[in-house]
Design a protein around this ligand. Sequence first.
Ligand code: C2E
Ligand code: MG
Ligand code: MG
Length: 609
Amino acid sequence: MTIPMTSASALPPIPAREDDRLAALQRYELLDTPAEPAFDQITRLAAKLLKVPVALISLVDRDRQWFKSRIGLPMPETSRDHAFCAHALESDALLVVADARQDERFANNPLVTGDTNFRFYAGAPLRTADGLALGTICVIDDQPRAALTPEEEEALRDLSAMTMAHIEARRAVGYLHPVTSLSNRFRFLADVDGMTAEPADSTETAVVIDTAASQQYAELTRVLGQTCADAFEVDCARRILACLPERTRLYHVSPARFAFILEGHDAPDGELVSTLGRIGSAIRSPFQYQGVPIATSTGIGFVHRSDSRPGGVELLRAATSAAHQSLEEQKPWCAYDEEQDRAAHRAFLLLRSLTEAMGAQDQLHIAYQPKVDLRTDRCIGAEALLRWTHPELGPISPAEFVPLAERTALVRPLTEWVIAAVLGQVAHWRRRGIALPVSINISMLDLGTGDFADRVAAMLDRHGVRADWIDFEVTESALMTDRAEVDRQLRRLRHLGIAVEIDDFGTGQSALSYLKDIPATAVKIDQRFIRSIAVERSDQIMVRSTIELAHDLGYLVIAEGVETDEAYDWLRLHGCDFGQGYLISRPLAPTAFEDWLAAGAFRPAAISA
Ligand code: C2E
Ligand code: MG
Ligand code: MG
């Protein structure tokens, strides 16, 4: 058979509103998505009803057709140039090709001449409500066939309508929050990204409302159940909606969090502020559930689009960060603050790289700071202090990253990293005859985890380190965990033979009453009282009475932050047992610590003179 045509003449026509069509195709978010049973059921039904081996739901992209569902065809896509379906886009009716070899548009098509051996084709366009064809549903046979019967045509058209209905439903569900039926976060992002104005001269303001702190929401779900949490969100949505200007869309962006966009309201005393005020009062009155009033903490934050980096994701993040600040600081609302945001960003960056640091060889180190006996001036031990050299940010203080880790699950692996490193060092020193106990800082949060003492015991075993070769310094954390569990773990540690010191004694958290309850061996007076001890009368009173009280209760006393000879002498004179500070030595790398020890016992200048 001769084929009287060139392949160039077989290229499919480009539809009139092609750019709109491609944009619509993107918006439906179907391309390159995994198979979905609902679409596969439709193609199976098509193959069965029309008695063909191949049935496809084809989406015609810029340069390809991609199959959302396919029966009887191995490839996931073909070039658009070869797509029969691309010929079906413009017609209202079905495209039917009785025998492709006899049709000059397709006779040379590799799908016809190649292994796939397409002969018969019938396709119905998948058209959106505004008339744009995304692709087709089509059936294909490797035998030529007569035209479709009217029943078959009707079946194919019905299947096309079913497919399109499913595509629309899928999108609607994808953009609605199932609990409140408000638009969801995806809709928010799509809407912001669809705003045409340049960010520089845009006047929109994004507002985020947190109707409960995330912990409170989790608690609500846990204690009263998801039904209650859902009812809470529905009630919040109703209250907020009542405060919004007409035609303002409210989005339900995540659990207990809502957002909306005000247009042209960037004057600080304008409609924005009055709207926020109304919302604030509306959401702050307690929610009633089965007669029980439930009060939550709320936060409202906003950002002008011109103050945010471009894009919906950034805008939502900035407004959420402001809402978070409002919730934390208990302010009625907060504007986005770039400085604060940068700090939060750095915190996030540090937390993200901390895991990597624990796995790297050269980022985390331990420095050892000597502790001396104030009566004999001899070194009686060392405190292990964690050091982190970040590959880009340089040295990061533990005072910055330890509290960050304490707010996440990272504190546990971090503490284990430190303990393992110190145990390795202690075992090494003991083998070399350096017999000094080393103190390890731990967080109260470590002690709340239930098996801390057991894990320490196992680590001691593994490293061949005796319990009395180390001790723990504990600081009471603002983030208190289960107090009874903390006590249990501390007692277990003491039972193993590990001494426990109370660190930072005298600061906000660790009060005298706390001393009575904690099974500790020593008290470490915080450096802020020691720094000017030789001259500051109030510090002297505080430290003198602490030493007395601690001794009466049977604790040893250590002073940290000893920086001057005067402080050293004052502390010794007043019966403080041990001292630690820059006067004696800065924290040192292990070999430097060995050199410091080898150089002989510490003597303050005043005494050695
Ligand atoms: P800390 O346990 O109270 O440690 C004492 C801090 O004071 C250390 O700061 C030490 O370098 C510093 N210091 C020592 N002598 C002097 C002095 O004479 N003058 C002054 N101004 N400072 C002195 P660093 O190493 O920056 O650690 C800060 C805090 O970070 C520690 O306070 C501790 O709470 C925490 N930390 C350090 N390493 C670890 C660790 O491995 N695990 C945990 N959980 N926390 C750690
Ligand atoms: Mg300490
Ligand atoms: Mg301290």
